[in-house]
Design a protein around this ligand. Structure first.
Ligand code: G4P
Length: 285
């Protein structure tokens, strides 16, 4: 399978982000807890030099808890401040304030020594498409948050959301492009839905996903589709199609429909809590 990305969008997004970087103290980077490395674009490291760095392992509700903990340690060892977030229901979102303060501790101290007290920290959210940036911003902003800055249309100033007395957040997130020279990274991005559906072959995608799940999460497949786990080679797309009653007219199995079910079930967490890459493996790469 081949994936494409669009250089035009990339260049524009990058330029805009570089401008915004000048305005902020701390970068809040969202990654998908199911693929923390594949959903992270390393180019942000260059752009965010000298900024405090926070990583949010977002969608942790869909990932495998034990691996999420290892990923947290992995990024902490690299100097990031890390916390787990479920932007959809708000779990972990309040803690982000504390983590941002911690990440900016040195800066706050420097300001204090220079007599600058209580200057709010300025932050921006970045991440690849579909990682949950807007959901997170809505969640942390809440209803009480007030927008500050210039009115759009009057001047071209930036809009800031006042999260609390300590933090102001740029209201538009920075969009990073997924980086996937490596085909396996492209696949993982496709599983989580970060690559547009039209350019994907769901049938092939589901076969690759099933292959991975059979190795690492066989019981999740078995219980979702009510197939005996012990039988050798029993969990196949055809078997899933049978179990789900996916048939075309004439009674033949509809494998494409079954493929859609598998990918959709994974994306929505109906197969259980699944992580698609593990820090040990990435370290060895
Ligand atoms: P983006 O701005 O980075 O592009 O992402 P966005 O906020 O639009 O979120 C993409 C999808 O991910 C949305 O689902 C959103 O609800 C979901 N999402 C965001 N954060 C979390 C999380 O922590 N956990 C879970 N389980 N889902 C999360 P959608 O299917 O596009 O919309 P909807 O079905 O939620 O309406």
């Amino acid at each position: 399978m081949h994936f494409q990305w669009y250089p035009g969008h990339m260049t524009k997004a990058k330029r805009m982000m570089q401008e915004d970087m000048k305005l902020i103290d701390v970068v809040i980077e969202l990654v998908d807890a199911r693929i923390p490395l594949s959903s992270k674009n390393p180019d942000i490291d260059d752009m965010a030099k000298n900024k405090s760095r926070v990583i949010l392992l977002n969608k942790y509700d869909l990932a495998d808890e034990k691996h999420t903990e290892s990923w947290k340690t992995y990024f902490e060892n690299k100097g990031y401040f890390v916390t787990l977030v479920n932007s959809k229901n708000g779990n972990g979102v309040r803690k982000v304030n504390d983590v941002v303060q911690l990440a900016c501790k040195e800066k706050i101290e420097r300001d204090r020594k220079r007599g600058i007290l209580n200057r709010p920290l300025r932050a921006m959210v970045v991440g690849i498409p579909n990682v949950g940036k807007s959901t997170f911003i809505n969640s942390i902003a809440g209803k009480a948050a007030t927008k500050t800055g210039n009115k759009p249309g009057v001047t071209k100033g930036k809009q800031w959301i006042k999260i609390n007395k300590n933090i102001e957040l740029l209201d538009t997130p920075g969009i990073l492009w997924p980086k996937f020279e490596d085909q396996s990274v492209g696949l993982k991005l496709a599983y989580i839905g970060s690559i547009r559906e039209e350019i994907l072959n769901i049938y092939e995608l589901s076969l690759e996903l099933i292959r991975f799940l059979l190795v690492h999460y066989k019981s999740c497949l078995a219980s979702r589709y009510e197939i005996e786990e012990d039988e050798d080679n029993s969990i196949t797309l055809s078997r899933i199609a049978e179990k789900r009653g996916c048939r075309i007219k004439g009674g033949e199995l509809d494998l494409n429909k079954a493929a859609g079910f598998v990918v959709d079930d994974f994306r929505n967490g109906r197969l259980g809590n699944i992580t698609l890459e593990f820090p040990e493996v990435s370290d060895a790469e």
